[in-house]
Structures are given as C-alpha cells and as structure tokens.
Ligand binder design. Structure first.
Ligand SMILES: [Cu+2]
Length: 434
C-alpha cells in the first residue's frame, strides 16, 4: 500500500551526478531515475503548454528539460529490480530504474526529442506505439534504424501530432525484452486543456511474467503460459488503489502488452470507452459497458462518474489472471474428500498441502519458497480477499481533496448497507412435478 508519507515524500527520485566530463554531458538531459514502486503524485508541468497531468499507477512521469523550445527527455534502458508486491522482487529490464519505464507526457503540437541510452547487455530499439511520425523515427531495428548497441545513445525527434494514449517498447529482440518488462506509457494531452477534461486520469500497462516460485528472473522463452499477471509490473495486493472524490469524472487509460486479451471489469458503475488507439471517440458515439475486452497491443481510455461511495473492485475477468504464481497441471479435486487424502499424502510428504476449498483462508500459513507471492493474498476489512494479480480497488469517498491520491483506507459502510447473515433455518427445496 502507498502511505501518505511515501506518496508525498518525493523520494525515489535521483539525478545521476556525472563526476567527470560534466561539460560534455551537458549536451544531454539529466538522467532521472526512480527507486520506488509506489505511485508518485502527478507531475504538474513546470513549463511549456499547460495540461492536467495523469497519475501513473505504481509509477511516475519523467521530468524533461525545455531547450530552445524542444521538450527533451532522457530514457535509459537498463536492468532493474522491481518489487512486484511486498514479498517479491524481480530482476527485470526497464527504463530509468523501474519497469515499466516512466510515463512521458507532452502536449499536442510539442516538438519532442528523446535521448535513449542503452545500458542493457544487448542491442535494443524503441518504438513509439501509435504515433504519427517520420518513418525513420518509428524505432523498428533493421527497418527504420540500426539497433542501438549496448553503450550507445540514439536520439529520436518528432512533433506530437495527435492527442491521445500511446505506449513505447522495443522493436529489437522484443519477445525477450517485453517478457523482461521493457515498456512505458505515453500521453499526448490536447492543446486546449478544456478538451476531454476529467478530474482524475489514471494510466497503466497490463503486463505478464513467467517467474517460477522461488526465482527472481522471468523465463523469456514463455510464449503464452505466464504465471504472474500484473498492472504496471505490480500484482495485487501490491497495486495502488485508484482514488476518487464522489462525483468526480474519472478516466482510466490502459495498454495491453501481454500476449493475451484481458476483459477488465469495473464494479458498481458503468463506464464508456472514450478513446481508442486511434484517438478520441465523439461523446455521442460512446456506449455504456461494465467490461472491456482489451486486445493484445491495444490501448483504451474508459471514463465514468464516481457516483457511489465505497470500495469497488476493478479487475481482469479471466479468473486465473487474478491469481499469483500457481502450479499448472493440477488434477481436478472438486468433489474429492481432500482432507482425508491430504492426511494420507502428508504421512508420506512432509508439508504437503492440497488444493482444498478452505485454502483461501490460510495462505499466510502455507509454506512458500522465498520470493514467492501467495496465490490469493489480499486482506480486506471482512477477511481474506481471494485475489492476486490483475486486481485493484477504486476507492470513492466524499470530501477528498481534488489532488489527494493517497489510500484512504477501507470504506466505512453505513449501517444497514452491508450484506448480512441470515440466522434462521433455510427451508427444504420445493421441487415441481416431474
Ligand atoms: Cu487478464
């Protein structure tokens, strides 16, 4: 969970201080890195055209420098250690200290220059997914440019022509590099901040890893059978809640860089799809949904009014995507008296535990290898939340400050508004005819 102290400390930023050749390096923007997987406060633009910044779930926005009217960013592709959730860290590849890399925010019409330094042990490139740009800036190694070799820096420059939702990722050895976490979000804000304005604008990427229980490094030869399903390289309960004040208009922008589709589902509210990969949908053409199936390589922006106070689930509806690493090829034990069986096996195998139906109630007691998340791990106000992976909570409260993104804790439901236990006997079933 993000605490207020962590959230507002601004800690986790570091600017690399070059002891030597500082004058020569002044030609390049500073390298800003983050050491924290917490959600940072949205970055209000210190210069350039005004806009309402986005909030990156368990992430941050890359600061830039303005040089002769050009917004200059410096991305560094490098090995990182990412905390996927408390209790588990992964050796990933990312940008500027984290995976995903920092969000890049610019305004429609901005001229943008991005320095990309490769500190990986192999060649890479960077593709600006969805952008209108010169072919030579599109970042497919071998097609649009030579690969960026280890140690090299390449410079990309183009005008952000279209407002909308974008991603960046390598187009060089990309199966490996995306399986290792190399990706980031990009938002181009409308030239007029009143266009498509909302009160809160959350962004994150959906990604997946295959990390064997007890291991730290993803298996990069996995094609489909991933075992950790994440929002911005975080698994529940490590994913920050999305907080909103009652009545606010909320946007959530998602990009899918996993190898399968994700039907994401919001509880208690309807939303509309307000934007696709190709731009904004005119308001009259939007239709209401409660589940959006996000295909591979796609981006969507959904919007809703935070109409009801409470704690509302927001998750992928593939139920195995709301679980953390589990064994595959497990026999079906539904209807099997697993307790009797478990006792017999336990006599042969110490510490054996079966997939019994009360397992959710005891994940904290299960012996797990080091650096392994329980399959279903969250603790809620009423007991265990049988969720991991691609799951988080939209927390809607009255009287929140409009710039308050900190976790407000659990919802205190008004008396009489919570499902309650029936104390009496249930009647026998009444069967018709037959
Ligand atoms: Cu999913």
């Amino acid at each position: 969970m993000v605490t207020r102290r962590h959230f507002f400390s601004g800690a986790g930023f570091a600017v690399a201080a070059a002891a030597t050749a500082k004058a020569a390096l002044a030609a390049l923007p500073d390298i800003v890195t983050s050491t924290s997987a917490d959600m940072h406060a949205p970055l209000s633009p210190p210069n350039g055209r005004p806009y309402r910044p986005v909030a990156t779930l368990n992430g941050w926005t890359l600061p830039w420098r303005m040089r002769h009217g050009v917004k200059e960013f410096h991305l560094v592709a490098e090995p990182v250690v990412r905390e996927l959730a408390p209790g588990m860290k992964a050796n990933l590849w990312g940008y500027n200290g984290q995976s995903p890399g920092p969000t890049i925010e610019v305004v429609e019409g901005d001229r943008v220059r991005i320095y990309v330094t490769n500190r990986l042990p192999e060649s890479t490139s960077i593709h600006w997914h969805g952008q209108r740009l010169p072919s030579g800036m599109d970042g497919v190694a071998g097609l649009n440019q030579p690969a960026i070799k280890a140690g090299q820096t390449y410079v990309y420059e183009f005008v952000a022509q279209r407002a909308g939702t974008f991603m960046y990722h390598p187009h060089a050895n990309e199966t490996t590099q995306m399986a290792m976490g190399m990706m980031g979000f990009w938002v181009t804000h409308p030239r007029d901040p009143a266009t498509m304005a909302v009160d809160r604008d959350y962004v994150f990427l959906m990604n997946a890893y295959d990390i064997a229980p007890g291991a730290y490094t993803p298996n990069v030869s996995t094609m489909l059978d991933f075992n950790l399903w994440t929002f911005n390289s975080r698994a529940y309960p490590g994913i920050a809640p999305m907080v909103a004040r009652l009545g606010e208009r909320v946007r959530i922008r998602l990009g899918n860089l996993t190898m399968t589709n994700h039907p994401v589902h919001l509880h208690g509210h309807e939303f509309v799809v307000a934007g696709t990969d190709g731009g904004w949908i005119p308001p009259a053409a939007r239709w209401p949904e409660v589940t959006l199936d996000l295909g591979v390589g796609q981006m969507r922006a959904i919007e809703f009014t935070a109409a009801a106070p409470g704690d509302w689930s927001f998750h992928c509806h593939k139920s195995h995507h709301t679980m953390n690493a589990m064994g595959h090829g497990v026999p079906n034990t539904i209807g099997v008296e697993t307790r009797d069986l478990a006792d017999q096996i336990a006599a042969l195998v110490p510490n054996y535990m079966s997939m019994s139906d009360d397992m959710r109630d005891m994940p904290m007691q299960m012996p797990l290898p080091e650096n392994t998340l329980p399959m279903m791990a969250g603790n809620g106000p009423y007991g265990n939340i049988g969720m991991g992976g691609m799951f988080t909570i939209v927390k809607i409260r009255e009287n929140l400050a409009h710039d308050d993104y900190a976790d407000p804790g659990w919802y205190a439901a008004p008396p009489g508004s919570v499902a309650y236990l029936w104390e009496g006997e249930a009647p026998p079933p009444h069967r018709d005819g037959g």
